[in-house]
Ligand binder design. Structure first.
Ligand code: MG
Length: 159
């Protein structure tokens, strides 16, 4: 059995008047991610983990921020696009584990919806996807509520 592990990381500044999106799920909050796309930090971290595991590039390379085609792009469309590329390379997703780091909003009340959204985009059971929230203990830009970060780790199996 051939296995590959991948890691993804992303961080976006938070600004008023933007939706706070995690895997396409909108969490009620006064601020949201600033970005060329919709800024969905979790979708970006997951996409990079999948691409890294399959050695197929990274999202900055495949969807350049300078390209107007990706202005205000739905990051879940990018994620589905990435998963098509990875799956076409002959890979199945064994599991995905993620951390979202922010002072607010609380992730736990939305965790199941976020897990279901990721599982649907990647066509796996919800049990293969986990997400947890962490604060930065009021330290640094994440702790001061100026940004939101996400980390993702995935395991792929060759079909
Ligand atoms: Mg990003």
């Amino acid at each position: 059995m051939k296995l590959r592990i991948g890691i993804g990381h992303d961080l976006h500044p938070l600004a008023e008047g933007r939706p706070f999106l995690l895997a396409g799920v909108r969490l009620p909050f006064a601020k949201g991610e600033l970005g060329h796309s919709d800024g969905d930090v979790l979708a970006h971290a997951v996409a990079d983990a999948l691409l890294g595991a399959a050695a197929l590039g990274d999202i900055g390379e495949l969807f350049p921020p300078a390209d107007p085609a990706w202005k205000d792009a739905d990051s879940m469309d990018l994620l589905r696009n990435v998963w098509e590329r990875v799956r076409s390379g002959g890979w199945d997703l064994v599991n995905l584990d993620c951390v979202v780091i922010c002072e607010g909003p609380k992730i736990l009340p939305h965790r199941e919806e976020i897990r279901r959204a990721l599982a649907a985009a990647l066509d796996v059971e919800t049990g293969a996807v986990f997400v947890k929230g962490k604060t930065a203990e009021a330290l640094g830009p994440l702790g001061e509520g100026l940004a939101v970060g996400a980390d993702a780790v995935c395991l792929l199996e060759k079909i």
